[in-house]
Write a new protein. Structure first.
Length: 180
């Protein structure tokens, strides 16, 4: 006696919202979570070794790897953001931004240091946003997109975009002041 194969009809969706609703109401079994984490945490890491090892080797000789250039803006944003945070936390000094009348005047030096801290904060904020965009957590500011989609896709606001551009301009302006 042959077993009959029961074929379920393929469900067709009218729009993306209907599909998302159906997916969100689907019940998962415990083994499906394990399978998902297996692929996400182990299998993807293991299969990525074919390019991670050569990239590590290239970085040890050149300071960068070919895989870094696949999304260079994201790589640079991560590196610069981490470096700026480290520089602010462990600094031993700061550049002289304002011209000093008396280098021995403690008040002038404190004003200079305060100004430098504000500039560092703006640069760190800018590269934090750039890092989030590069990591796929946020999206660029897009004024032509509807407000609903801007919220849904976590787009930068106009103010955030302006602050990011200001911080990056300060980074360019003070590029040679980034030392410890």
């Amino acid at each position: 006696m042959k077993k009959e194969i029961i074929k379920k009809p393929i469900k067709k969706y009218k729009n993306l919202e209907e599909l998302e609703k159906d997916i969100s109401t689907t019940k998962w079994h415990w083994w499906e979570y394990i399978e998902m984490y297996w692929y996400k945490c182990f299998w993807n890491w293991f299969t990525d070794l074919k390019w991670r090892i050569p990239t590590w080797w290239q970085r040890s000789f050149h300071g960068w790897g070919y895989a870094d250039t696949w999304n260079l803006n994201a790589h640079l944003a991560r590196v610069i953001y981490g470096s700026l945070v480290h520089l602010k936390k462990y600094k031993h000094g700061h550049p002289i931004i304002l011209p000093l009348k008396d280098p021995n005047n403690e008040k002038e030096l404190k004003t200079n240091e305060k100004l430098w801290n504000e500039i560092e904060d703006k640069m760190i904020y800018a590269f934090k946003l750039a890092k989030e965009i590069g990591d796929g957590e946020r999206e660029y500011y897009c004024p032509k997109m509807s407000k609903k989609f801007q919220i849904e896709y976590k787009c930068l606001t106009k103010e955030e975009d302006e602050r990011m551009k200001e911080g990056m301009k300060l980074f360019i302006e003070h590029f040679f002041d980034l030392w410890d």
